[in-house]
Write a protein that binds this ligand. Structure first.
Ligand code: GUN
Length: 289
């Protein structure tokens, strides 16, 4: 029988810890953490991610500001807003929700963010600090995955961990964190050009699926007793939910779960942990100076 990794529950516990910290800051007359989010356009997934981030801030007692722009905003104007937020003493951290419209350079924008306010941990300075094991802001999803693994006491030392997907915000950074001293996994990163993906995944003790392809990981690709972390969050139309959409993971949960020792559900696995990591980075930004 497998253990379901309950990201929602763990995230709830961490949110309580953060809310306590906020009360302590308040009682000491210190500043309340303030997270700002920039949302460009009205992509459905981005809308719901950002709405949830604002809701999370409220829940733990942070201040939050949502700044919206039309899809047609120029890169220059967006950069101007970023420089304003960099200079705004009241804002401790901020994020620019991705993806951005194709006329705007994503990395141009990310590099404009003050690394000290980079709550997403996407700036090359923070990625570089993570790479060499220096303290800094960690990218939210990898940070959340590592925290889940730790809180469930899953042994990573010497384990073969296969990461599927090489995105800058999940696959690549999580592969770095897992191979670091302390976690000590042996990491293989596979992607769309990898030969023998199925054989490689089948040899994994821990599988991190982060490619955004619903049901990609099937039972025949999973070793008995493996740990499976599903990062996929593809939105598909559904007439069973209020929103009209449901989230689908990268793992064929129904058939894979019986082979696993631990597995995350979608939704309720990695997603809530990503959101809580953003709160942790914001708290760090507000309290470190
Ligand atoms: N788009 C998808 N995930 C993320 C995230 O964690 N941060 C931002 N800024 N955009 C995203």
């Amino acid at each position: 029988m497998y253990t379901l990794i309950d990201g929602k529950k763990v995230a709830g516990e961490i949110k309580q810890e953060i809310a306590k910290e906020v009360l302590k800051l308040k009682s000491e007359g210190k500043k309340i953490p303030h997270l700002a989010a920039i949302l460009v356009g009205n992509d459905g997934s981005s809308e719901s991610y950002v709405a949830n981030k604002v809701k999370d801030c409220k829940e733990v007692g942070f201040k939050s500001t949502l700044i919206r722009f039309d899809n047609t905003i120029s890169e220059a104007l967006l950069l101007q807003k970023i420089f304003e937020l960099n200079a705004d003493k009241d804002v401790d951290g901020f994020i620019v929700q991705l993806p951005l419209p194709s006329h705007i350079s994503e990395y141009g924008v990310i590099e404009a963010i003050d690394p000290a306010k980079d709550a997403d941990g996407f700036h090359p300075v923070n990625i570089g600090r993570m790479m060499v094991g220096l303290p800094g802001y960690l990218p939210a999803t990898p940070f959340g995955i590592v925290e889940l693994i730790k809180r469930y006491n899953i042994n990573t030392s010497g384990s073969h961990c296969v990461v599927i997907g090489r995105s800058n915000i999940v696959g690549r950074p999580v592969s770095i964190l897992l191979s670091q001293k302390g976690l000590d996994a042996t990491v293989t990163l596979v992607h769309s050009r990898t030969r023998n993906i199925k054989d490689i995944v089948r040899s994994a003790d821990i599988i991190i699926a982060a490619l955004g392809s619903p049901g990609f990981v099937t039972a025949e690709m999973v070793k008995e007793g493996a740990v499976v972390i599903d990062v996929g969050t593809t939105r598909v139309l559904s007439n069973e939910t209020k929103s009209g959409y449901r989230l689908v993971g990268d793992v064929d949960f129904e058939n894979v779960a019986p082979k696993c020792s631990y597995i995350t559900p979608v939704p309720g696995g990695v997603g809530p942990m990503t959101r809580v990591s953003l709160l942790r980075n914001t708290l760090l930004a507000a309290t470190k100076s």
